[in-house]
Design a protein around this ligand. Structure first.
Ligand code: NAD
Length: 267
């Protein structure tokens, strides 16, 4: 308890899955959390649970693509909680299709949320983090940002972009005491898998993927990841224990990227 006591965090896409687990974990460890998302019902649920557990949080409707609204989001964190120390740029979507047939609209939607949204999160948070004397920015990438996968070219392009964005931001703002790292989850059981658009347009997949089934086949630790597994890593990057860590990649994938190829199933 208390690993981020007194700190103030913004978590984008904080209403569901990994963002929800990050919001609840940071709050449980003593941070005041501004949860932002476009799903208001889920977002309100997250802050209710945090309040019932004795934590401090507030929910704000915000689409990460909306640059005009970003200054208001940062101002809300500072006005309500007094400062800003932590930004978890987590909001993201996944659209799978072969690159040859992917529509430009699908490509652009993914870029806008997964990459433009992360850029805007950083750009608008930096002045407030500087005012607080430094802080921690955590960018949600993926193992798809470390290596390629068929059907994931557009998603990988966004997550690879996030990976290098973290490194450049880390170097630009190291002297301000602002750290920036990327987190690379493997296959995590969250609602995102059920939201992957299916259907004929752009030759998308015909059926959603079951993450537990997929993980059973390719994860060395033989289980799917849980959102809490990722929130634990995010928490670490936000604590003072990670004070000397910036521009780095934290991979949390049950060993998926440890070898060149997925290990053969033995049972
Ligand atoms: P999720 O769908 O459960 O949560 C994503 C949240 O982002 C949702 O609450 C959604 O409403 C919100 N969101 C979507 N578009 C938004 C927008 N324009 N503005 C603000 N909020 C928006 O998915 P998740 O699995 O928790 O994904 C969180 C992050 O983790 C994403 O960046 C995803 O790419 C990444 N990731 C997930 C996995 C996995 O296996 N689940 C693996 C690697 C990386």
């Amino acid at each position: 308890m208390g690993q981020v006591a007194g700190k103030v965090a913004i978590v984008t896409g904080g209403a569901s899955g990994i963002g929800e687990a990050c919001s609840e974990t940071l709050a449980r460890e003593g941070a005041s959390v501004l949860v932002t998302d476009v799903d208001d019902a889920l977002g309100e649920g997250v802050i209710d649970r945090i309040a019932k557990a004795g934590g401090k949080a507030h929910y704000l409707h915000h689409d990460v693509r909306d640059e005009a609204a970003w200054p208001g989001v940062v101002a809300e964190a500072e006005k309500r909680f007094g400062r800003l120390d932590i930004v978890v740029a987590n909001a993201g979507i996944g659209i799978m299709a072969p690159i040859e047939s992917m529509t430009l609209a699908d490509w652009q939607r993914q870029q806008a949320i997964n990459l433009d949204g992360v850029f805007l999160s950083i750009k608008h948070a930096i002045p407030a983090l500087r005012r607080a004397g430094g802080g921690s920015i955590v960018l949600m990438s993926s193992i798809a940002g470390l290596r390629g996968a068929p059907g994931l070219a557009a998603y990988s392009a966004t997550k690879g972009g996030v990976r290098l964005l973290a490194k450049s931001v880390a170097l630009e703002h190291a002297a301000d005491g602002i750290r920036c790292n990327s987190v690379h989850p493997g296959i995590i059981a969250t609602p995102i898998w059920g939201k992957i658009p299916t259907g004929a347009e752009g030759n998308r997949r015909n059926a959603p993927i079951d993450p537990r089934e997929r993980a059973a086949a390719v994860v060395p630790l033989t289980r799917v990841g849980e959102a809490q597994d990722i929130a634990n890593g995010v928490l670490f990057l936000c604590t003072d224990a990670a004070n000397y860590m910036t521009g780095q990649e934290l991979v949390i994938d049950g060993g998926m990227t440890a070898g060149g190829r997925p290990p053969p199933r033995t049972q």
